[in-house]
Design a protein around this ligand. Structure first.
Ligand SMILES: Nc1ncnc2c1ncn2[C@@H]1O[C@H](COP(=O)(O)OP(=O)(O)OP(=O)(O)O)[C@@H](O)[C@H]1O
Ligand SMILES: [Mg+2]
Length: 407
């Protein structure tokens, strides 16, 4: 998509917005020069007037960065002006400008104080310049000029101050709304980031579980078959051929499972591509393990109930990993039982054996991903899973997988 070029004016505005302080300095300087050009040339400014003008106008550059100190300088200079000079200084426009700046950028108290100071200043200025009152030498011809004129002028300047203050307050509201919006946007972004990360880690855990169960199970069966075949090779060549067939079929199955998993990794959506094993595939699994040499029985109680695909896969993988663990940890002469109980509201899966049990747990030889993965699967589908050595020997895995997830 072609990117539209930014209009030059917008670009300029963006650039100016990025350096507010420099802009304020330039504005203050321009204002000062303009006013001096307008009034300074015609008026008879002495050094005092130049100094006072600078004291009034220079703080404008700091009106956003440090509004309170800047306003303080303007107030002090304004009072000095009343005492030291008898000319009306053009720089006095700094006063309403500072009232605006305090309302817009200062803390709340400063906004109010700015309004108060501005109104008092309006009165003082009216007295000084339109009432002819001299603050250094006392009343001159105040009553000669007329009180009404002073009051009207004070009112006029007061209205100007009030207008500046109101505009400042409007600006303040806008700034606050903008800040709130920005904060909200940042929060939203943060939330989205976290969600993404969470989704990624959930997905990683899911893939790790599948990898673990498929690979570890197949390899365990292959190893058991290869061990058996090695002995059989000498005495019973037919059994050895059977073992080799089992090894190759297990290997092929594992390869197919791995491919579908890798396909998921590459294509994204999981269940769409490969049909995943379900509870109905448990008998074949048990048969598989039985052929690899473990004496294992399957008992089913109750009528099978329709269950979500994910929960069915969880049940299958729990049986698979538990039987793999029996092959790996229970010791050679052990038996195992797989029991599927279709209860009223949940499928209960138990895999028990009469092997080494607690003794095997004293010297764990794997890396302990299997039980963690089984428990994650059960919890993911609203169920639970317990494992541990059984009273009287052997090991047991017991899982409950509800048909419907409770909210
Ligand atoms: N049937 C069992 N008989 C005896 N001990 C078992 C049995 N099943 C599991 N265990 C014990 O529980 C531990 C944890 O099992 P888990 O499946 O989590 O890990 P693992 O099989 O050792 O390694 P992994 O599954 O990650 O390859 C095992 O190391 C073992 O000590
Ligand atoms: Mg294991």
């Amino acid at each position: 998509m072609p990117v539209e070029p930014t209009p030059p004016l917008t670009r300029l505005a963006d650039r100016l917005r990025a350096r507010p302080f420099e802009v304020d300095i330039a504005l203050a300087a321009l204002l000062g020069l303009g006013l001096l050009a307008l009034f300074g040339a015609t008026a008879s400014y002495g050094p005092t007037e130049w100094l006072l003008s600078a004291g009034l106008l220079a703080p404008l550059a700091w009106r956003r960065r440090a509004p309170v100190p800047a306003a303080g300088v303007v107030v002090v200079t304004g009072l000095a002006e009343l005492l030291l000079s008898d000319q009306f200084l053009a720089g006095n426009v700094a006063a309403p400008a500072m009232v605006y700046a305090l309302a817009a950028y200062g803390p709340r108290w400063a906004a109010r104080a700015g309004l108060g100071a501005g109104l008092v200043g309006a009165g003082l200025a009216a007295l000084r310049y339109f009432g002819g009152y001299s603050f250094s030498s006392g009343p001159a011809d105040l009553y000669g000029r007329g009180l009404l004129e002073v009051v009207v002028t004070a009112g006029g300047i007061g209205v100007l101050v009030l207008a500046s203050w109101s505009m400042g307050m409007v600006r303040r509201g806008r700034l606050q709304r903008e800040a709130a919006l920005r904060e909200r946007a940042q929060l939203l972004e943060l939330e989205r980031d976290q969600e993404l990360r969470l989704a990624a880690s959930t997905e990683r855990a899911r893939i790790a579980r599948e990898m673990h169960d498929v690979v570890a199970h197949s390899l365990s069966v292959v190893i058991a078959q290869a061990d058996g075949g090695r002995y059989a090779g000498r005495t019973d060549p037919e059994a050895a051929v059977g073992a080799l067939e089992q090894i190759s079929s297990t290997g092929r199955q594992a390869l197919a499972d791995m491919r579908s998993l890798l396909g998921v990794l590459r294509e994204g959506d999981a269940q769409q591509f490969a049909p995943q094993p379900d509870v109905a595939a448990v008998p074949a699994l048990v048969e598989d393990v039985r052929r690899s040499g473990l004496d294992v029985d399957l008992l089913t109680e109750g009528e099978p109930v329709e269950m979500a695909g994910g929960a069915q896969l969880a049940a299958y993988r729990i049986v698979q990993e538990s039987l793999t663990n029996v092959l790996k940890h229970a010791g050679p002469a052990s038996r195992a039982w797989v029991r599927l109980q279709w209860r009223a509201d949940a499928l209960e899966v138990s895999v028990l054996d009469d092997g080494r049990g607690a003794a095997a747990m004293l010297a764990p030889d794997g890396n302990g991903q299997g039980v963690i993965g089984m428990r994650e699967r059960a919890v993911l589908h609203g169920g639970r899973l317990e494992t541990g050595p059984r009273h009287g020997g052997g090991f047991g895995v017991h899982a409950v997988l509800p048909y419907r997830r409770r909210r």
